[in-house]
Design a protein around this ligand. Structure first.
Ligand SMILES: [Zn+2]
Length: 385
């Protein structure tokens, strides 16, 4: 048997199986079962969150000829079976990333004229629809304004802002959210079980966080972890961290604490250790940013009072400024090192608040200034301030 990637192997076959999109699923079930199906849907959301999968399931539901409930296709009729075999004649899938031109859209418009072969509808799924050219959108618009009764369009996009308003206003938009970490973690544990591997909650959380709400990305990381797992079949947090180039929370925590305390040398040593253990430059930078944000949030909310908020915010500004430098540099490693040095150096300088609050220091610096001024007859300390 040929190898099938996890995201395909476990691709949901019905609306009930969709992970982490309860509101979308409920709305779709309601509109399908009440026969209030718009002639064009637009599915919007980040990569790997289930847009194409949902588009296909909608098409399957609308095409099934035997089910009494539209949202629950029978999975047995000729339409459902040909759908499963990916050769349904009435469901036409187009990747707009590779077919962007007006001629490609004209082919679709021509195909609209013909009646469906198996079911009630001819359904066009256009993935990455934002990639269509301006003339292609214009050509599509006419059909979208007055589509034949047997035609449905399902568009999917990661970049809704690139779609003309005229097209958007003729679609029902469904916004898919990034999947919540806990939902994604549980899903991963379940899939690992099916693959006869043990994935504990700590490992699952690391994957979920790295995937940032994308089911496909999470499955791809799990898949890599399964490939390298030893005979115990237990996927350990350390091996995942190493695989994705991430570093243990404690190490980054230690690094950031040294930076905040102005310890340049110690910070650099910890940074080198993290790199030696396989920490990826960009991931380390991202992790520092994530953790600093956590410190800022906790300090601002009063949950921790270890740090000065103004100090953390200043470090945050440095990190934000360095983000573009990281992306554009051909030596991102140096940028990371320099960022750590800058942040630790700034942290080691006396704080403005401390200087202002410390009367003694201000007084002594006044005295010092007075001494200096004595050498310049006629000068006045008040003029200096
Ligand atoms: Zn069916």
């Amino acid at each position: 048997m040929h190898y099938v990637v996890l995201s395909r192997k476990y691709r949901p076959q019905s609306l009930d199986e969709i992970v982490g999109q309860p509101i979308i699923v409920k709305s779709l079930q309601t509109c399908l079962d009440n026969n209030k199906v718009p002639h064009a849907f637009l599915l919007q959301g980040i990569r790997g969150v289930g847009k194409t999968t949902i588009a296909r399931i909608i098409a399957k539901c609308l095409s099934c000829t035997a089910s009494t409930k539209v949202s629950k296709p029978c999975c047995k009729c000729k339409s459902c079976i040909t759908f499963s075999n990916n050769n349904h004649l009435d469901i036409i899938e187009i990747d707009a990333a590779s077919r962007t031109g007006v001629d490609d859209i004209r082919d679709i418009i021509d195909a609209c004229q013909y009646s469906p072969v198996l079911g009630k509808y001819k359904i066009f799924i256009i993935d990455e629809v934002h990639m269509l050219s301006k003339s292609a959108f214009n050509a599509l618009l006419k059909t979208l304004e007055e589509p034949p009764a047997h035609v449905k369009f399902i568009f999917a996009t990661t970049e809704i802002n690139k779609i003309p308003e005229t097209i958007l206003s003729r679609c029902i938009t469904l916004q898919l959210k990034p999947v919540q970490y806990n939902v994604l973690s549980n899903y991963l544990i379940n899939i690992a079980n099916k693959e006869e591997c043990k994935l504990n909650i700590e490992s699952a959380n690391i994957i979920a966080e790295e995937a940032e709400g994308s089911v496909r990305d999470a499955l791809s990381i799990l898949e890599q972890a399964i490939m390298i797992v030893d005979d115990s079949k237990e996927i350990l947090p350390d091996s995942i961290l190493q695989m994705i180039g991430n570093t243990k929370y404690q190490f980054i925590d230690n690094l950031l604490n040294n930076i905040i305390n102005g310890k340049i040398k110690e910070s650099l040593t910890i940074l080198e250790n993290i790199k030696e253990q396989g920490g990826d430059t960009f991931n380390i930078f991202k992790q520092i940013q994530k953790l600093l944000y956590k410190y800022i949030r906790d300090t601002a909310c009063g949950d921790i009072n270890k740090y000065q908020l103004s100090h953390l915010l200043y470090l945050w500004q440095i990190l934000v400024k360095q983000t573009d430098n990281m992306k554009n540099s051909i030596f991102p490693e140096y940028i990371l090192n320099a960022t750590v040095i800058i942040m630790a150096y700034i942290s080691g300088l006396p704080k403005l608040e401390e200087l202002l609050n410390n009367n003694n220091e201000v007084k002594s610096s006044n005295e010092f200034l007075n001494d200096v001024l004595k050498q310049f007859p006629g000068a006045n300390i008040k003029e200096i301030y």
